[in-house]
Design a protein around this ligand. Sequence first.
Ligand SMILES: Cc1cc2nc3c(=O)[nH]c(=O)nc-3n(C[C@H](O)[C@H](O)[C@H](O)COP(=O)(O)OP(=O)(O)OC[C@H]3O[C@@H](n4cnc5c(N)ncnc54)[C@H](O)[C@@H]3O)c2cc1C
Length: 380
Amino acid sequence: MSQSMLAGVFDLAVVGAGIIGMSCARAAAMKGLRVIVIDRDSQSNGASVRNFGFVSVTGQERGTAWSRARRTCAIWEELAEQAEFPILQRGLWMTTRRPEAVAILEAFLETEMGEGCKILSRAAARARCGEIVNEQVQAVLSSSIDLRVESREAIPRIAAWLAARLGVVFLRQTAVLAAAPPRIETSRGVVEARRWRCVPGDDMVSLYPERIAKYQVTRCKLQMLRLADPGFHLPGIVMSDLGLIRYPGFSALAEAAPLRASLESGQGEHVKHGIHLIVVQSADGSLVVGDSHHYAATPDYFTDERIDQLILEEFSAATGRPPPAVRERWVGTYASADRTMFIDAPACDVRLVMITSGSGASIGFAIGEEVVTDLFGGSA
Ligand SMILES: Cc1cc2nc3c(=O)[nH]c(=O)nc-3n(C[C@H](O)[C@H](O)[C@H](O)COP(=O)(O)OP(=O)(O)OC[C@H]3O[C@@H](n4cnc5c(N)ncnc54)[C@H](O)[C@@H]3O)c2cc1C
């Protein structure tokens, strides 16, 4: 990179080209601000491209996270048109096999979060998609708002659009070493910016480690699989009983306790490994299926075959079908703490943003707007 590019003064420097970095870059560039995004990798390689691409509203934590998810969904819709990538699926298909799970769905529908959702009987669900509704199914919660994108394609498209249409500068293969705004020291020289935002994904040690430590952040490791095209279209993003005790919009309801007890006794190994089922479908018909949750400061990167088996067993139980052949396996990690996310202010012109749950694709764009408003006010 030339010295002259480094010499330019930006309004905002963003560390991290994952979905949260992009969300901030988008919000700032749309205000006409001059933005640079700096990332140590040559392409997005973190949680933002290893995920399901499930933009989930139904089941997000009641209150702020649920509202942020609705706003984020609307922005994904806009960006899909602007940056030209498809929304591949719309709507959740939460299929249940236990009466205790149906009780949660009914309670959920009574809340404001049930807007746009309905409960389908087995017969109604079978009429929509007979391929995955067997005699075990008690009922299905069907939503219309949730979306699915192919993250590994959408994230590069968003970056290209931000650069081409909004003039965002991407400085890749460049590590940010330290920052004392307006000077940001990188592995390739100094970048100057009036304000900056650090969104380091699950990197807890490179920048502001003492601030991050306050939140007792660790990492969560997830195992993921891609299965061959089953030969039919899923009716939505498929989840099952296990998801009802993990997603806080459901699990915080009083009705969740009996289901948890039932799952702990009937599917103890799944619960122990934090396994719940999400199945999404790609343009070529293949299915992305996961996942598991194991926590450690530095999780190992090896996949455990037993965990994959348990995920596939749940696929079979929920859909009544044997799983199609496995085409890919991978591991992802995200930052994890006792809260959905945090925004810290290490200095008046700096914001540190960490999504400490598996929801960055679902709440990120709303957070980007909030942080830019906080740093720059209502106008540039
Ligand atoms: C397997 C898996 C499945 C998931 N599924 C979903 C889902 O379906 N829906 C959903 O909403 N959420 C999901 N999540 C969570 C979601 O993907 C994350 O919350 C989100 O991607 C976090 O985005 P990020 O931009 O903070 O982090 P990242 O995508 O990790 O990006 C951080 C970037 O910062 C860069 N960086 C860090 N430090 C420095 C430095 N000092 N200098 C330069 N660059 C630096 C890194 O190189 C990296 O590119 C999933 C996560 C995983 C792992």
